[in-house]
Design a protein around this ligand. Structure first.
Ligand code: F6P
Length: 339
């Protein structure tokens, strides 16, 4: 069998171990793999790389993706869709393994609907793919954000300030939740909850009263009502949330209302770089190998996911049914520790 593999959407730690696992597993089972560069753009424009002369071993600990990535949607025009099919035929690809978040997996499902064999592997620092308990990339990104808040704690303490850390995560609050819980924020704002300025100020005041400073974590996707949408959009129609600057907005509000000196920091893409954590290395490796196993078992049209401690295959439709957002039990736990 000849496999194709691509990585699409925002990069995250774990992509390289997943690619490595696809290539090793396929080779070990007697098959070959061709990489497509820069996500779906590589399939549309026929940009490829082989793995024959690459030492894939060290990739297990490297962030980013050796295949490159982009947010290209190949099914926006019939011409582009035809180009994708022609590229697959030209290279004699039997099964495509598409590694990505909701957008990349949706494009994978579309390709499957057009009669091609596709297996999906979910990834994203946002952890918002519905069918899998965790996505790789999330643990690494949240670990970086936790370290960032701990560093901000030192400087907030020295200057007796309030500091707001804005983290990414799109419309799911997983990264903010993990950061607030694991680094001990006084208050954490999630997209899953309405903005409650009075509660925010109350916990900031309590933190400052107790120890002279306070820490706030805000997810980039929180709804601030009137502040509305100001960001541009990507090719899949998603608003570029970081352009809204919710952290800076909250810092201004806090300073105005409390008169405490307040600063904000936007960690941004720093969360997406660097080596994958142990958890992400293992999850990515298991899912990459599982994707090949699913294909060899004739189970294309499925996505390899984590359910409990098992990696299993589920149909694309099930994997894409609804995004995974932070539920009430997590939210209850989070607010147990408000300042
Ligand atoms: O989906 C991953 C993510 O990092 C989001 O958390 C963030 O909103 C977005 O990508 C940023 O996109 P870009 O890398 O295109 O700026």
């Amino acid at each position: 069998m000849r496999f194709g593999v691509l990585t699409g959407g925002g990069d995250c730690p774990g992509l390289n171990p997943a690619i490595r696992a696809v290539v090793y597993r396929a080779r070990q089972r007697g098959h070959t793999v061709l990489g497509f560069l820069d996500g779906w753009k590589g399939l549309r424009d026929d940009l490829t790389r082989g793995f024959e002369d690459v030492d894939l071993g060290p990739l297990v600990g490297k962030g980013g993706t050796v295949l490159g990535s982009s947010r290209t949607n190949p099914f926006t025009t019939p011409e582009d869709a035809d180009k994708v099919l022609r590229t697959l035929d030209r290279h004699g690809i039997d099964v495509l393994i598409a590694i990505g978040g909701d957008d990349t997996l949706s494009a994978g499902r579309e390709l499957a609907r057009r009669g091609r064999k596709v297996v999906g592997v979910p990834k994203t620092m946002d952890n918002d793919v519905g069918a899998t308990d965790w996505t790789f990339g999330f643990d690494s990104a949240a670990t970086v954000a936790v370290e960032a808040l701990e560093r901000l704690r030192d400087t907030a303490d020295s200057h007796h300030r309030v500091v707001v850390l804005e983290v990414m995560g799109r419309h799911a609050g997983w990264v903010a939740l993990a950061t607030g819980l694991a680094a001990g924020a006084d208050f954490t704002l999630l997209p899953e909850e309405p903005y409650r300025p009075e509660e925010l100020l109350q916990h900031v005041r309590a933190g400052v009263a107790r120890r002279g400073y306070a820490l706030v974590v805000a997810s980039e996707g929180i709804d601030l009502g009137a502040k509305g949408s100001v960001g541009g959009k990507d090719e899949f129609g998603h608003e570029l949330l970081r352009e809204r600057g919710v952290g800076a907005f909250l810092a201004r509000q806090i300073e105005e209302q409390t008169k405490f000196e307040t600063r904000s920091a936007q960690i941004g893409h720093i969360q997406r770089g660097g080596p994958p954590t142990l958890f992400d290395r293992l999850l990515a490796t298991r899912l990459g190998a599982k994707a090949v196993d699913l294909a060899l078992a004739g189970r294309t049209g499925e996505v390899a996911v984590l359910r409990g401690s098992e990696v299993v295959g589920v149909p694309f439709d099930e994997a894409l049914r609804s995004p995974k957002v932070v539920g009430p039990e997590w939210i209850d736990l989070l607010h147990t520790f408000d300042g």
